[in-house]
Design a binder for this molecule. Structure first.
Ligand code: TRP
Length: 334
């Protein structure tokens, strides 16, 4: 039996991934490599919508790839590639743009939020066409499932609509993908403000655990995490958001369940618990950080991995694109 196919994309982040990216997405990507035919891409073209500095973009893209590899994305068990290296993404994106209504695209919440924030004169058209490029990313590979966070649900809906529209106008060409919304249990909150999601856009870095940060710095951040005035290590998001967040982190990285952990720390104070969390996090991240730095030290090896990934991806993408061009009436080269 053939394995179902998954495709997912991640934007090259500025500097290090944070623990929330890992527990929220990458950890599940790693698991899916075994059970699925997995395609993962670093969506560097999407990153252009925020006009990054060229040097930063290049560095961030390579750092993202190195971190994915260090966290367990294995090119022997999946196809890992850069979006910009497989030209078919842009080519299919144009076809998708010609299939999407202007009003339909205008109703996408990500576009509405961003254009409201900076104003219509400042927002780039790439923010508007972002969802059509994302649809192309997915449909080129005939993906059955798309692992994404809750915030991407509307993009997946649009992708499904476009695939169905194309199929009904031109004949069955695309697999209609399902969203595979990542488990909410893996949602990690800011250590200083445990009611907001851990995110790089937080005002202060002190609530953020970064994969590439030093053990000392991460230990300090965990030991200064906001908790409540009680003493009990108990999972209760409403009453104890800080402790609950630390329990989630501890349990995800140690493999022990939340209730086992509650028992383990029964009668012990927050100080002991925080030290234990810090230790688990630091020990988990230590080899990941070292491996990332090692990979970044060998750019030839990294670019060879990406080249193999691009070739594997392109073999699938070019086949889909050729079929699409044929169906819509474009004439192929002699
Ligand atoms: N928009 C996604 C995000 O911000 C990233 C992305 C781009 C993606 N293309 C994709 C995710 C294709 C899944 C599939 O998280």
């Amino acid at each position: 039996m053939t394995k179902p196919r998954v495709l997912s994309g991640i934007q090259p982040t500025n500097g290090s991934f944070q623990l929330g990216n890992y527990l929220g997405a990458v950890k599940q990507w790693v698991e899916l490599q075994q059970s699925h035919d997995a395609f993962y891409c670093v969506v560097d073209l999407h990153a252009l919508t925020s006009s990054p500095d060229p040097k930063e973009l290049r560095k961030n893209t390579l750092t993202s790839v190195a971190q994915l590899l260090a966290l367990g994305i294995d090119p022997e068990h999946c196809t890992l590639f850069l979006q910009s290296q497989v030209y078919e993404h842009n080519q299919l994106a144009w076809v998708m743009e010609c299939l999407t209504g202007f009003g339909e695209a205008s109703r996408m919440t990500q576009f509405k939020d961003k254009s409201q924030k900076v104003g219509n004169d400042r927002v780039v058209v790439g923010v508007f066409t972002y969802p059509m490029l994302m649809a192309a990313d997915i449909l080129l590979y005939q993906a059955d499932q798309v692992p994404v966070g809750e915030d991407q649900r509307q993009h997946i809906e649009l992708t499904r609509d476009l695939a169905a529209r194309f199929n009904s106008q031109y004949g069955k060409t695309f697999t209609i993908p399902e969203g595979y919304i990542l488990k909410a249990g893996a949602k990690i909150y800011d250590l200083q403000d445990p009611t907001s999601k851990m995110s790089k856009s937080a005002e202060s870095m002190s609530g953020l655990i970064e994969i590439l940060d030093t053990p000392e710095s991460n230990t300090k951040k965990i030991k200064s995490a906001v908790t409540d005035t009680g003493r009990e290590v108990r999972f209760d998001v409403a009453e104890k958001p800080g402790i609950s967040n630390l329990l989630t982190i501890y349990s995800a990285l140690s493999g022990k369940s939340i209730s086992e952990t509650e028992i383990e720390f029964d009668g012990k104070g927050y100080g002991d618990f925080k030290s234990a969390v810090a230790e688990v996090v630091v020990e988990y991240l230590r080899p990941v950080r070292l491996r990332t730095l090692e990979l970044l030290d060998d750019p030839t090896h990294l670019s060879a991995i990406l080249e193999t990934g691009a070739q594997k991806a392109q073999a699938v993408a070019s086949k889909t694109l050729a079929e699409v061009y044929e169906r819509i009436g474009l004439i192929s080269r002699a």
